[in-house]
Unconditional design. Structure first.
Length: 230
């Protein structure tokens, strides 16, 4: 009998009909079970909904366009899993991704958040953006990105969910909250996640404002720490 904990996989989608099918295929190709899969459609106007509804195992929610933070938070509230895994609708997982992460977290129950190594890849007929063309290591992902993250659901009770005030970098802001709350984190040193670059990624479109968002995140972190008892 399988006594492994349920993992809820949360996928927000907005006009990614070109990608959501193969993304879901990578979830159902996971060697880990049991899983539940929740897709929150953030007001798509393409046929993303039709594709998702072609997967009867998926719980589908629709909302008017409110951003990825709200979409993820809706799914977190509905999740039944002891662990929550996030995946963007245009990214892919390797088949043993969840198995390796959950095995590590079960062996180290004090760890609240894990990530994995990831690599970037270009979608067909997509050119590298100007800020990456001179970077020979552009495929390497040096930070924990949302599609790598698995969280003990109890962590959300401790630090809250994603801030709807952020339309981008919401994951970074949340991870800084976790760091300030001293939630133990670990990054598994294997490439288990593939991040697709296609020109309409939110991080790509909003790259010009990244520095200002990071400054805001740092200021919020300093304010939180100043309120903590010594």
């Amino acid at each position: 009998m399988n006594n492994l904990p349920l993992v809820t996989v949360i996928i927000p989608v907005y006009n990614y009909a070109n990608y959501i099918g193969v993304t879901l295929d990578s979830v159902f190709a996971q060697t880990y079970r049991p899983i539940e899969v929740i897709v929150v459609d953030d007001g798509s106007t393409d046929n993303s909904a039709d594709i998702v509804r072609g997967y009867p195992e998926v719980q589908y929610f629709y909302q008017s366009n409110q951003g990825v933070s709200v979409a993820r938070n809706v799914a977190i509230a509905a999740a039944k899993g002891e662990y929550i895994a996030f995946l963007d609708a245009d990214d892919l997982w390797k088949p043993d991704k969840l198995s390796l992460q959950i095995a590590y977290m079960l062996e180290n129950p004090h760890i609240g958040i894990t990530g994995t190594k990831a690599i970037n890849f270009l979608d067909s007929n997509t050119q590298l953006p100007p800020w990456l063309r001179d970077d020979p290591s552009w495929e390497e992902v040096t930070v924990i990105i949302p599609s790598t993250i698995v969280v003990q659901k109890s962590v959300f009770s401790q630090i809250g969910v994603f801030s709807p005030d952020y339309r981008a970098s919401e994951d970074t802001q949340w991870l800084w909250q976790a760091k300030d709350a001293k939630i133990p984190m670990f990054k598994i040193n294997e490439i288990l996640t593939l991040r697709r670059f296609h020109g309409s990624n939110v991080s790509w479109l909003m790259a010009a404002t990244l520095k200002s968002r990071m400054l805001r995140i740092i200021k919020e972190s300093i304010a939180r720490q100043s309120r903590q008892p010594e």
